[in-house]
Ligand binder design. Structure first.
Ligand SMILES: [Zn+2]
Length: 233
């Protein structure tokens, strides 16, 4: 009997641990009114993060579901981006941009790339644009065939993170070191090791840094010194 209860508890715990749940929500494309269904994450359990801040654990398809694309015109964004009414001027500009994706296969990472491009057109904040690119790079973490594409979007993420800091988009001083650390990671993952070391040092020497930064940044800096561009961590 005791054994049965134990098994039940283990089963329950396993179920709980693997709980990534999402619910469908259908929105309309702001360009052409086509229906697009998102699966909005309701709950997930995380057990820490990769070294580029992607959450690990029972996150299921959370990162794939975050950004979605209209099957007809390829308008892409977060679910809230689909709920915004666009001016006709904005629509024209976005349509023109979307033309170049007309005959392309749109994978999950391309959706993040397009979403970022639309936010550039809409002059959204640099940090918002950076995190769309970053999201795309998470989806290519393991891809051996799309290493060049993954590096291209990591370089974009880096560019916009640098602009976000330069434009004072982060109000909380304690996150500056986090962002410099992330810029260092983008540099290391794209093989720009000297640049990476500079940004790890900025993070390490930041007096307002959060507790975790020093140890992790020093560890990652060692990889950069060894010219290790491992993207799987
Ligand atoms: Zn559309």
């Amino acid at each position: 009997m005791k054994k049965n209860i134990l098994i039940l508890i283990i089963l329950f715990a396993q179920n709980f641990v693997s709980a990534h749940t999402c619910e469908n929500e259908t929105v309309k494309c702001p360009i052409d009114g086509k229906k697009v269904t998102f699966c909005v994450t309701m709950s997930m359990s995380t057990f820490g993060t990769y070294k580029d801040f992607q959450q690990q654990g029972a996150v299921g398809s959370h990162y794939e579901e975050l950004i979605n694309t209209c099957p007809k015109c390829h308008f892409s964004g977060y679910i809230d981006d689909f709920k915004v009414k666009l001016s006709s001027e904005e629509k024209n500009k976005i349509n023109e941009y979307l033309m170049k994706f007309n005959n392309q296969k749109i994978g999950e990472a391309e959706q993040s790339l397009i979403a970022a491009g639309i936010k550039v057109i809409q002059k959204k904040s640099n940090k918002e644009i950076a995190f769309c690119y970053l999201n795309g790079s998470y989806l290519l973490r393991e891809s051996e065939k799309q290493i060049d594409f993954r590096k291209e979007i990591q370089l974009k993420a880096k560019e916009y993170l640098i602009s976000a800091l330069a434009n004072n988009e982060y109000e909380d001083k304690t996150v500056f070191a986090n962002i410099n650390y992330l810029i260092a990671e983008m540099n290391r993952r794209t093989g720009n090791f000297e640049e990476a070391i500079k940004f790890y040092d900025l993070a390490i020497n930041d007096l307002n840094k959060q507790d975790w930064v020093e140890e992790v940044a020093k560890e990652q800096k060692e990889l950069a010194i060894k010219k290790d561009d491992n993207n799987k961590i």
